[in-house]
Ligand binder design. Structure first.
Ligand SMILES: C[S@@+](CC[C@H](N)C(=O)[O-])C[C@H]1O[C@@H](n2cnc3c(N)ncnc32)[C@H](O)[C@@H]1O
Length: 290
């Protein structure tokens, strides 16, 4: 691992990590490495109020669909392989990788402390880093694969987040991202208006407004497929809130995502047309320093 502030390699392992300039990186009782001292921003609280006791089945299916390209590729997946999940959230992708490839080390990174604490309780041996995906505390070329589902779009600088995924991926490794697709129709307009209104009201009212939308979830084209038909009210509210409440949320086109990958010297190897915007790219091998 490396220090997110000065980028120096960290000394020690297990319980204690130390940067010679910035001191000790603390670890929470549940085992989360605390690279961020103060929680801030929408998601710090989000997972405190919307922690789910169960994983909605629809989310698992959507997650498997996203990861299937990685699973079908010859990415290292045995003991010693390391995959990185930026924006771990409730741990849905971490759980899927554990189920299919139990020997792979999945490093889960999230900006939300309460979210990671909940994941740590579910997966006591997971490597979890409370850190900003725009400054990943991992060394260059240290992961066999990286992915980030529905997370980069919330960052102050989503393309910095993408460049960080590429930086930590080994040459030849896969990088997968999923973004909310841009909607130009009436629903898209309503969605943008709702977001503008909701981001200005206190958290309590945001939840009340989300509750008004929950019953309509099965009529709206949600990416996760979560609705009252297959998930609890709380799980539905969580899905509504992440769409309407966070202050930052960009909607790039598939072309923009591919262009950014190309600018980072990655070749797009897969884009799921039926599940926009789901893109996998491979980091060029010629990026290895001579
Ligand atoms: C919509 S949720 C998606 C979670 C999960 N990937 C999933 O598919 O269910 C977005 C996640 O991104 C995290 N997040 C937002 N900004 C981030 C950042 N700058 N660095 C790391 N994680 C971030 C949030 O805390 C949240 O858990």
């Amino acid at each position: 691992m490396r220090c997110p502030h000065c980028h120096a390699g960290l000394q020690g392992e297990g319980e204690t990590l130390r940067c010679s300039v910035h001191g000790v990186i603390k670890r929470s009782a549940a085992g989360v490495y605390l690279f961020l001292q103060d929680g801030a921003g929408y998601f710090e609280e989000h997972w405190q109020h919307n922690r789910l006791p169960e994983m909605p089945l629809a989310k698992r299916e959507t997650g498997i669909r996203f990861l299937s390209f990685l699973f079908n590729e010859a990415a290292p997946r045995g003991s010693g392989a390391r995959w990185v999940d930026v924006g771990t959230g409730d741990g849905v992708h971490l759980a899927i990788v554990r189920e299919f490839y139990p020997e792979v080390e999945v490093v889960g990174i999230d900006i939300s402390g309460p979210g990671l604490e909940a994941v740590a309780q579910r997966f006591p041996k997971a490597t979890l880093l409370h850190a900003d995906g725009q400054s990943i505390p991992l060394q260059d070329n240290s992961a066999d694969a990286t992915f980030s589902y529905g997370t980069l779009a919330y960052m102050d600088d989503p393309w910095k987040g993408l460049s960080e995924l590429v930086r930590v991926t080994k040459p030849g490794g896969l990088i997968g991202v999923w973004f909310y697709p841009k909607r130009g129709d009436l629903l898209g307009l309503l969605f943008r208006l709702t977001r503008r209104m909701v981001s200005k009201v206190p958290t309590l009212y945001q939840r009340a407004l989300a509750d008004l939308i929950v019953p309509f979830l099965s009529l709206l084209p949600t990416a996760s497929g979560v609705s009252l038909k297959n998930a609890s009210w709380k799980a539905c509210r969580e899905v509504v809130l992440v769409n309407i409440a966070p202050p930052n949320l960009i909607f790039p086109t598939q072309e923009e995502v591919c262009e950014h990958f190309s600018g980072l010297k990655c070749d797009v190897v897969h884009s799921d047309q039926a599940n926009p915007i789901s893109v996998w790219a491979k980091k060029r091998v010629d990026l290895i320093a001579p």
